[in-house]
Write a new protein. Structure first.
Length: 595
């Protein structure tokens, strides 16, 4: 996220000292991309020339395998119900004629399912042992489906017209006991995950426990399902082993536009449990030759159902250091404030879904020759662009041991408020509507652990947009073989297909090296007339090396299939070379070294 400063500000140059010249402003800010801070930028105007624009966020791809819970719930043996009075009445005689059964209290299993189980017992006299067998068969139907504390009972009754009444007691959670070995509060396991009164379903509980283990705050879960204080109730006893709350990532690569310096480093750090109630703090810093940016974010849970409220601030300063405008000393500054409300809907090991609502205020300021205010952006006011945006959307992810799918949709509405830049003459202004769709799919293809990964992103807009909101095509995360943000347009679409072929593995050390042939394609168009090239396509190969969780190295070479006219050739990106090296320390291993 990015935003600019107010008018009349003076700028401290980033990188080398330059004389003051320039035509337009460039702004860049960090976003989360594959766990890294990659630059997104927001150019006020001639974004195609500078190659600066906010790239769409990518949803994280879930892991392939569903981890096994180290503490699988220990279920109590099922206690059979007390022998029914109807059965006692049948014990002394020749049996009770049963022609019809009425079920009461069943919700988890429908009446037809229970009727199929009971069908062999109808139309004939039943003795006490056969009534008990009927009761046990109905109970077993529940237990086999994971409802281990549910069952059937035969209440005291008189058999009239061959009708037998069967009560179904569906077991529910009466109490949830949570203990932790650190600062994480028991309320972390909120009612959105487990709640009193919910039906006791072992598959559902185990799925949610595995989902809980995937939370970065949790290292392991030990769970027991115990008999409750009352009939039909169960107690869920959870012991959480906390993971280390602090984390750190550092990265180096050429994933930013050469106009602000392609080579750069990222640093991100955070704490996932600052005050003990699952609140999270994150800070980030990025530096290239012509870019310096930082961000800080904080979010807290605000309800017992997983609702979280977050705040994020980011600031970026940049200058053009490459290309035909290098001597113009074009400088810019951007600033973003954002508040986000998120609500999980489904949480489990295989499936997750959530909704979010985010309000952003973004401002970008361009400086001409490092001194004055340049009004070069379409619709800008003296080189300054301000946007107030309300974004709403949803995320859904599904996975199993063979494949994974992640989807995200975002609807953004620009508002005429809080000083938003309004033109009113048909040019770009702060009132707009855009829709962004993102999808990622991955699958294991063979027992050789081949992986196919596909991605598709697209954006549509109802009108002309500022550079702050446009769609970027080209570079490491979109169409490899071209410069970062080669195309910057109102509408856009990018797609990619990559095959990952392991060529060397050391499972004992979590080491893997893989080749990654790929094809990428994308296009961008403006809401009005589009000048210049509109489509990009490439094919190439990559080398991926992982030493989990410490190091992830990526090196890609792509051949542009649709050459760009008058394209520069003085940067490795122009030769189709993209790389990224990421370092993530394993603090448990480090602590072991220090002992």
């Amino acid at each position: 996220m990015t935003m600019g400063t107010g008018r009349g500000a003076t700028r401290r140059p980033v990188g080398r000292a330059r004389r003051s010249t320039g035509r337009f402003g460039a702004v860049v800010c960090p976003i989360l991309l594959g766990g890294l801070l990659a630059a997104i930028d927001a150019p006020p105007a001639a974004a195609q020339s500078a190659g600066l624009l906010a790239a769409p966020e990518r949803p994280p791809l879930p892991d392939f395998a569903v981890p096994e819970s180290p503490g699988r719930p220990v279920l109590p043996p099922l206690e059979g119900p007390t022998a029914p009075d109807a059965a006692s009445a049948a014990a002394a005689g020749e049996g009770l004629q049963i022609d019809r059964i009425v079920f009461e209290g069943n919700r988890a299993l429908d009446t037809r399912t229970l009727a199929d189980v009971a069908a062999p017992f109808l139309g004939r006299p039943l003795r006490a042992g056969e009534l008990a067998a009927l009761r046990d068969a109905l109970t077993r139907a529940y237990v086999e489906r994971g409802y281990v504390s549910s069952g059937a009972r035969l209440p005291e009754q008189q058999i009239v017209d061959g009708t037998l009444r069967v009560e179904i007691v569906e077991g529910r959670l009466g109490r949830i006991d949570v203990t932790t070995d650190g600062r994480l509060r028991p309320s972390f396991v909120d009612r959105g995950l487990f709640r009193r009164g919910q039906l006791v379903s072992v598959p559902q509980i185990e799925d949610r426990l595995r989902g809980l283990e995937q939370d970065p705050r949790v290292d392991a879960v030990v769970a027991r399902l115990l008999a409750g204080e009352r009939a039909g109730e169960a107690t869920l006893d959870l012991a959480l082993v906390e993971a280390r709350a602090y984390w750190l990532e550092a990265a180096f690569g050429n994933t930013t536009p050469p106009t602000v310096g392609a080579l750069g480093g990222d640093f991100r750090a955070g704490h996932r449990n600052v005050l003990g109630f699952s609140d999270a703090l994150e800070v980030g810093y990025r530096r290239t030759e012509g870019l310096e940016s930082f961000l800080v974010g904080y979010d807290v849970p605000i309800s017992p159902f997983g609702t979280r409220l977050g705040f994020r601030f980011s600031n970026a300063e940049s200058e053009v250091v490459d290309g035909p405008l290098e001597d113009a000393d074009i400088q810019s500054r951007s600033r973003t404030f954002a508040f986000e409300l998120s609500q999980p809907l489904v949480r489990g090991a295989r499936q997750n879904a959530s909704l979010f609502l985010r309000a952003e205020h973004r401002r970008a300021k361009a400086f001409l020759f490092g001194t004055g205010e340049a009004a070069l952006a379409e619709g800008s006011e003296e080189g300054e662009t301000t946007v107030a945006v309300l974004r709403a959307g949803g995320e859904w992810a599904w996975r199993d041991a063979r494949q994974a799918l992640a989807l995200r949709t975002t609807l953004s509405v620009g508002l005429d408020t809080l000083g938003a830049t309004m033109d009113g003459e048909g040019a770009a202004d702060a009132e707009f509507v855009t829709g962004l769709f993102q999808a990622q799919w991955a699958a294991r293809l063979t027992d050789w652990n081949l992986q196919a990964v596909a991605r598709l992103d697209g954006q549509v807009a109802d009108s002309r947009l500022f550079g702050l909101e446009r769609f970027a095509v080209g570079g490491y995360s979109t169409v490899r073989g071209y410069r970062e943000n080669q195309l910057v347009r109102d509408h856009g679409v990018v797609g990619s297909l990559e095959l990952r072929v392991p060529i060397w593995r050391d499972p004992g050390r979590d080491l893997e090296i893989a080749l990654a042939p790929f094809v990428d394609a994308g296009g961008g168009w403006n809401a009005s007339r589009t000048r210049g090239q509109t489509t990009l396509a490439s094919a190439g190969i990559g080398l991926r090396a992982d030493w989990r969780p410490w190091i992830a190295a990526r090196l890609y070479w792509g051949q542009a299939l649709l050459p760009v006219r008058n394209a520069p050739d003085d940067d490795p990106q122009d030769a189709g070379i993209h790389f990224l090296l990421t370092f993530r320390p394993d603090w448990d291993t480090v602590a072991g070294w220090l002992r």
